[in-house]
Every structure is written in C-alpha cells, then in structure tokens.
Design a protein around this ligand. Structure first.
Ligand code: HAM
Length: 434
C-alpha cells in the first residue's frame, strides 16, 4: 500500500504494533477523509434540500430489535449479527442496519405525535459478520434517510428521486435503478406458496442455503447468486402477478410518478432485498459495470415494521447507501472530489527567541481564523521546510534571529520558492490576501 500524506509517499513501512484493526474493518486515514467529507457533505445538502432532519442512534441496540424486524431466515440475523451479553446479562447487538433503530427512536420519543410524515436521515457505521472482500466489510458506513407515517406512493418516488439526485450530485452518471413491488401481508402468502411449489420441483439442484430458504424464507430464493439457483429463478412465478388490487395500484402509481419525472428505472421481478421488513416498493441502485453483489444502495417501503415494534400501524419508506462502495466507485470512475481546505502556511523558526515569536504569531493567526501549522522541536530549517512541503501549505513563514530583531518575518511561496521579508504586523493581511 502506498500512503500519500501531503507530498510524502510512505512506502509500506509498517510499524511493529502487536494489534491490527479487526478483519473486515479499516482505519480511514487523513488522505481518505477528502472522499468521506465529500460524500457526507453531499448527503447533508440533499437532506436539507428535501427537509430531512438528522438523527443519531446508538451503535448498540437491544439484539431483539434486529432479530424481530430484520427477521429470522435472513443472512443478517442468522449469521451476521454481532451480539453479546453485557455485564448485566442484557443481550445487545452492534447496529446491523439503520432503519430499525430509526423506527425505535420514532416510537420511543413520540415522534408519531408530530405532523406526518416525519423525515429523518443518518450517517453511521453498521456491522455485519460477512466474508470480507472488495466492497463488503464487517464494519461499513451507511447514509440513509427514512420518511415515516405516510403511505402515499408519491413518497416512495421522493425517496427514489433523492437517491438518484444524490448519485448525480456525487458525479455518477452511469447507474441503474432496479424496481419491484413485493406486495403486502395479504398478497405475499399466496406468492410464497407459488414460489415454494415451483422450487419444490428442483430441490436436488438447489444450493444448501436455498434448501433452507425454501423452508424458511422462499422470497430470498429469487436473489441467490448461484448459477444453478438462478436458472430455477428464471422460470419462477412473478410477484407482480400475485399483487392484491391495492398493491397493484400502488405500484402503478410509483411507476407513473417516476415516468412523470423522467427518472429511468428497470423493473426487476427478482429483486427482493436482503431484509425481511419490506412491503410493496423495493428498489436498488446498481453501478453499470458491476455484478449483482455490488448495490450502491437500496431501500423500499416497510409498512409493518413500526407495528412490529409495538407501535400503531405506520407506513414508512426509506433508502440507505454504503459509503465505502460509493467511494470505491468514485475512485474507479476517477471522479474528482473537492479537496478539503488545508492550512495555508507553515511557521518555521531558528533559535529560542524566534520560537517564542513563532508561537505568538501562530496564536494570533489562529485567533484571526487563519489556518496555519507551527513547527515544534528542534529540526533544522531544511527539515522544517521539508515538513511544510509534505503538508502542501502554500507558504512558509520563517523567523530567525535577524527577523526577531527587526520585527519581521520571511514569507516564502512554497510553489515558486520566491520569498520576501515583511513586517510581522503585516503577516495576517498578507495571508488574508491569498
Ligand atoms: P442494505 O441493502 O442491507 O439495506 O444496505 C444498504 C447499503 O449498504 C447496500 O446497498 C450497500 O451499499 C451497503 N452495504 C451493506 N452491507 C455492506 C457491507 N457488508 N459492506 C459494505 N457495504 C455494505 C439496509 O440496510 C436498509 N436499512 C436500507 C433501507 C433504509 N431500507 C429502507 N430504509
């Protein structure tokens, strides 16, 4: 790995630490933060534009919150949750996804008393014990938003429209919106049964996971990635042929509103999503070149989830994108991201008296809101300038014995290497001009 820190390349000089970040997790080093801030700022801007307010929930939740809502028969609950008992014996889980915690907070804080829908967003880590690979980690971060308390299909379309606007604002132009409806409590049982019957004809060809899915969660049979299972899915009955009239009408309206906004989408009858709480609309955003494992984000309606948590029937819809995957794709597509602001100058000194002047000058510059880094320690001037160079500051301000005597400083342009001596009192105004 090659680390770029300013202009310095740090070539794989690994330290001798006894510990490593746990498998599937990673440190986000300073040079990576540019991408993170870029994505987070676009996310916050989008949510402000559509009136979604930020919500932060704990990283720990009661394990049952996920077990009940994400539900058994999904990989997340069966194999991927990080659960443990705390010292009081309470069973807790690291946040596996963001929607159930938002619904818990909605109920716990009586947000249902507000005019509905309540619109919220979050950015934070999620934990799933998966087999780590590119774009799949044990700790990943999600940007998600949820609209709670409204069944109108126009809200499904707002959620999809926002996802599209978000990706466009990041600079992506090539992605597809996959859309499906998976019906409701009324129509799903009939469809499940039809799926069971279809797959029962092929049990010997099913992968071991799908054999379990056939018994516990037949909808998930449709998105198995094994080729032999995909073949069977090709001829499987379509959910849209089983939708009840209300779900049919809802799905029609979603498509009609998307068409009115000229938002392109692809109907994908095999899209079922990996979490069990969905009803009606489900959608995923796929980058063009990648396989099916690589959704940039996904979401949909979950009209029964809040009721499952003990609340009244509360329709809701939302979306979440994986930040690591967005960044992987930004890099892959060489999309330029705005660079984080960096300190404008590095203050170097020679000698103890000059050091005091340098400390005072840095204090004044910080007070004036000008970002600078001051040297510390007893490096040579050459060493200090090398540091300024590696930090990519535009200027170095150098104070030596002569400058202390004359109340001046040397202002060195680090790009042209030209320098001039200016009165100390003019440093602030000189830097402000740049
Ligand atoms: P999800 O599809 O499980 O949905 O996750 C959302 C996104 O998080 C995925 O599309 C993907 O980009 C990213 N992601 C998921 N797992 C990983 C992983 N192991 N490593 C890296 N990235 C990952 C949900 O979590 C729902 N709560 C979304 C939602 C919000 N539905 C309604 N509202």
């Amino acid at each position: 790995m090659l680390l770029h820190y300013g202009k310095l390349n740090i070539n794989d000089r690994k330290g001798d630490c006894l510990y490593k970040a746990p498998r599937g997790t990673s440190d986000i080093l300073p040079q990576e933060q540019t991408y993170w801030k870029y994505v987070e700022e676009k996310a916050a801007f989008l949510c402000q534009l559509y009136g979604y307010q930020p919500l932060t929930t704990p990283i720990l939740e009661d394990a049952q919150l996920f077990a009940r809502t994400v539900a058994g028969g999904t990989d997340i609950v069966d194999k991927e949750m990080y659960t443990f008992e705390d010292r009081s014996g309470q069973k807790l889980a690291l946040r596996a996804e963001g929607t159930a915690p938002v619904c818990r907070a909605y109920l716990e804080h009586g947000l249902f008393n507000l005019p509905q829908p309540v619109k919220l967003y979050y950015i934070g880590p999620a934990f799933r014990y998966e087999r780590p690979q590119a774009g799949r980690y044990r700790q990943h971060h999600q940007f998600g938003y949820e609209a709670l308390g409204e069944a109108d299909p126009a809200l499904d379309v707002e959620i999809i429209e926002m996802a599209q606007r978000f990706l466009l604002s990041l600079g992506f132009s090539e992605f597809s919106i996959q859309l499906n409806s998976i019906g409701c409590k009324l129509c799903q049982p009939k469809y499940r049964e039809a799926l069971r019957q279809h797959y029962s004809n092929y049990t010997t060809y099913l992968c071991p996971d799908c054999k379990v899915r056939l018994l516990r969660n037949p909808l998930r049979l449709l998105d198995c990635k094994k080729i032999s299972c995909q073949k069977i899915a090709e001829t499987a009955p379509k959910i849209t042929d089983y939708l009840c009239p209300e779900c049919q009408a809802h799905f029609q309206s979603v498509q009609q509103y998307l068409e009115a906004l000229v938002i392109p989408f692809q109907l994908n009858y095999r899209l079922v999503r990996g979490l069990d709480y969905y009803t009606r609309t489900v959608f995923e955003i796929e980058p063009h070149e990648e396989g099916a494992q690589s959704a940039l984000g996904g979401g949909g309606r979950y009209d029964n989830l809040i009721e499952q948590l003990g609340g009244k029937h509360t329709p809701a819809v939302g979306f979440a994108a994986g930040i690591e995957r967005l960044i992987l794709n930004l890099k892959k597509q060489k999309i330029k991201v705005s660079v984080l602001p960096k300190p404008i100058a590095f203050i170097a000194y020679l000698g103890e008296e000059a050091k005091i002047e340098a400390i005072k000058l840095a204090f004044e510059l910080h007070q004036a809101g000008i970002a600078v880094i001051k040297a510390t320690g007893d490096k040579s001037l050459k060493g200090q300038l090398r540091q300024a160079n590696s930090l990519c500051t535009n200027y170095a301000i150098i104070i030596g014995e002569k400058e202390v005597k004359n109340h001046t400083a040397v202002l060195r342009d680090m790009i042209t290497n030209k320098q001039k001596t200016i009165p100390l009192a003019e440093v602030i105004s000189s830097l402000k001009q740049n």
